[in-house]
Every structure is written in structure tokens, then in C-alpha cells.
Design a binder for this molecule. Structure first.
Ligand code: F6P
Length: 373
């Protein structure tokens, strides 16, 4: 019997999304004779029943295009802004799914999307997800599509910053995206030969960073590139958070626990994204002029790299196979050279951070890069 499938993209856009949509759609239509539609703007469009046909024509010519032809949003089914209020729209979404006689909903997204998809799976929808994000922080998969392209953009930026930092004898602090994980900053820092790399997984001591820059100066290199992840945090702030966490674990007083939690949240919020402040501190401590470059959304734009096109196509075509086999409630993950269906409950609520024994960390240390610790 002909199967009907819906596709949506949710969360921050990522190069490779269109390659994935194309792969799912083409394989589903050509190989399995399925009918495919796209929902616009993520779960918002699913709730509002806004669709576009995904047929041979609309799936053609999109492989190399950045962004997502479907549009995206960060709206959640159970917390949707409607008429000035935040509403649980799960029932409307479930109804729309059934009214369209869908056999499966494919959600392309990162950690937040996995949660939302799992929420809908628990409400009886046949759901499959594909892991996309430039942050590479989705649990259960070795890699997410979008990461390689963003990595290339960040490396290119560091390469360009090198010559100007060198010419002016300056410190250039370059802020790299990645949300709470350090994959992008670490990868770009190592590949771009940054002198200092600061990531959330390794809280930094600004004195150690300044000393490493001064040491380079003394040895004849009075310039430095500092690659800092947007989620990087100082040792001081981290120690304070750990202290509060311990206190919260010990107390039986609910109110006190909540107060401590709020305090932790506040410190956390105020301790990341401190790139401008860090550059100023380093300038004062080293007496070297400093400049800041925040790469921001540049890292998410443009055409996907060959590696991302390959990954998105591989995961997308495997997704069509799983739909045919009736394997639902799973994320299509990349492991070694295989694709594996990983149950969504194993993915949801987890963030894949850079492990302390990761080879990139060891290599960075061995070539003399300061990691701030
Ligand atoms: O998750 C992808 C990402 O680009 C993160 O690296 C970044 O923290 C966030 O999205 C930015 O979100 P927005 O596009 O909503 O500003």
C-alpha cells in the first residue's frame, strides 16, 4: 500500500538540510513509491497545517543549497506561542497528522527536536529523526550533518585572522558557535592552529591563558589567536556552580534548593559568551593589543561541504529504508561507516560533549596549544 510521509526541519538551520530532504524524498518516491509532503517552519507548520508538496520537481536542484527549503522554527508542540499565550498544541498536531493519513513524520533537527519528536512518538505518531546541527552535540551519533561545513568556515576564518594578528602583533579572540559543546571551537582551533582554545568542557583560568600568550611573546611570537567557544566558562565560575550544586544536593529544604538552582542558572547565564570581556582582560594582562571576531551565523550559512552532502544523503536514504521496514521511534545515526536506528529514548535529554580523552585534545596539548587549564 502507498505510504504517506511528512518531513519537517526544526531548530537552527544547518547546511545539508536540503540534501537530507532530497535524499529522503527521492528514495521514498523512486524506490518505494511513497507520497511525500513537507511541513513549513518546523512543528509550527505542522500545527498550522502549512505544507508544500515534495515531489520529483521540488526535490530537484536542492542538493547544494544552504538553509532549508521548508523553513524552520524553534517552536515546540507542547509549548507553542498562540494568541499571546504559550499553549500545549500536541492534540492539534496529532489530529493534523491523522487527518493527512500520514504513516510517518520525519523530523530533522538537533537535541531539542529529538525531545519534541519523542514527545509526539509517545502520543502515538510514527516518528523518525535525523541528527543535524553545526554543534555536533547530539547523543547516539558519531557526527551530525552541518558540523563539517561550519568547521570549514571557522577554520577559514582562523586562517585569515592569522596573517592580520601576525602583522599587527595582536591577540585576536575569535568566538565560535557550538552552544554548550566545544566540538566546533576545538576542531577549528586545532585545524587552524589557534594558540589558545577554550571550550566549555575545560573551564579556563585567564591567568594561564595570559601566561601562555606572554610566553609566546618572549619566544619571539608577539601575537596569538584565541579560539573561544561561545559556551566556554572560567574555572572560577565553574567552581562556584559546583559548590552550589553540592549545597543543593545536601539540603532537604525545597525552597532553599530552588534558590540555589536559580543562583546556579544566573551564574551560568552570566559566565558564557564573555568573549569581549576576555579580550579586554587579556589585553590588560599581556599589554598586547586585542581584537575580537564573532563568527556567529556565518557558520550556518551557505552551501554544504562534500562531507555534509554525503552524510545527509546517507542518513536520508537510510531513513527511507527504515520507513519501509516500519522502524519508528528512532533516530538515524552515523556509526563507523554504517547507519543505525537508535531508539529516541536513548538520545533524548543527553548532550554529546567532547570527552577529556578525545584525540583532538591530546593532539592540541602535544603541539603546545594552551587549553586554559
Ligand atoms: O544550535 C545551533 C546554533 O547555531 C548554536 O551554535 C547557537 O548557540 C544557536 O544555534 C544560535 O541560535 P539562533 O540561531 O536561534 O540565534
Amino acid at each position: 500500500m502507498n505510504k504517506y510521509i511528512g518531513i519537517l526541519t526544526s531548530g537552527g538551520d544547518t547546511p545539508g538540510l536540503n540534501a537530507a530532504i532530497r535524499a529522503i524524498g527521492k528514495a521514498a518516491i523512486r524506490e518505494y513509491g511513497m507520497t511525500v509532503i513537507g511541513f513549513r517552519d518546523g512543528f509550527r507548520g505542522l500545527m498550522e497545517n502549512r505544507t508544500m508538496p515534495l515531489d520529483r520537481k521540488s526535490l530537484s536542484g536542492i542538493l547544494t543549497i544552504g538553509g532549508t527549503i521548508l523553513g524552520t522554527s524553534r517552536h515546540k508542540p507542547h509549548k507553542m506561542p498562540v494568541g499571546g499565550k504559550i499553549m500545549d498544541m500536541t492534540d492539534v498536531i496529532v489530529e493534523n497528522y491523522h487527518n493527512r493519513h500520514l504513516d510517518c513524520l520525519v523530523c530533522l533537527g538537533g537535541g531539542g527536536t529529538m525531545k519534541n519528536a519523542w514527545h509526539l512518538a509517545k502520543h502515538g505518531l510514527n516518528v523518525i529523526t535525523l541528527p543535524k546541527t553545526i554543534d555536533n552535540d547530539v547523543a547516539g551519533t558519531e557526527i551530525t550533518f552541518g558540523f563539517d561545513t561550519a568547521l570549514g568556515i571557522a577554520v577559514d576564518a582562523i586562517d585569515r585572522l592569522h596573517s592580520t594578528a601576525h602583522s599587527h602583533h595582536r591577540i585576536i579572540v575569535v568566538e565560535i558557535m557550538g552552544h554548550r559543546a566545544g566540538w566546533l571551537a576545538l576542531g577549528a582551533g586545532v585545524a587552524g592552529g589557534a594558540d589558545v582554545i577554550l571550550i566549555p568542557e575545560i573551564p579556563y583560568d585567564v591567568n594561564i591563558v595570559a601566561e601562555s600568550i606572554l610566553d609566546r611573546s618572549r619566544k619571539g611570537s608577539p601575537f596569538s589567536i584565541v579560539a573561544v567557544a561561545e559556551g566556554a566558562i572560567s574555572r572560577e565560575a565553574m567552581d562556584r556552580i559546583t559548590e552550589l550544586k553540592k549545597k543543593a544536593e545536601k539540603t532537604d529544604d525545597k525552597e532553599e534548593r530552588e534558590k540555589l538552582r536559580q543562583e546556579m542558572k544566573e551564574i551560568d547565564k552570566n559566565s558564557t559568551g564573555k568573549t569581549l570581556e576576555l579580550a579586554k582582560q587579556l589585553e590588560e594582562m599581556t599589554k598586547l593589543e586585542s581584537r575580537v571576531t564573532i563568527l556567529g551565523h556565518l557558520q550556518r550559512g551557505g552551501t554544504p561541504s562534500a562531507a555534509d552532502r554525503l552524510l545527509a544523503t546517507r542518513l536520508g536514504t537510510a531513513c527511507a529504508d527504515y520507513i519501509k521496514q516500519g522502524k519508528f521511534g528512532v533516530m538515524v545515526a552515523a556509526r563507523d561507516n554504517e547507519t543505525v536506528p537508535v531508539p529516541l529514548e536513548e538520545v533524548v535529554g543527553k548532550r554529546k560533549m567532547v570527552p577529556s580523552d578525545h584525540p583532538w585534545i591530546r593532539s592540541a596539548r602535544l603541539v603546545g596549544t594552551c587549553l586554559g587549564d
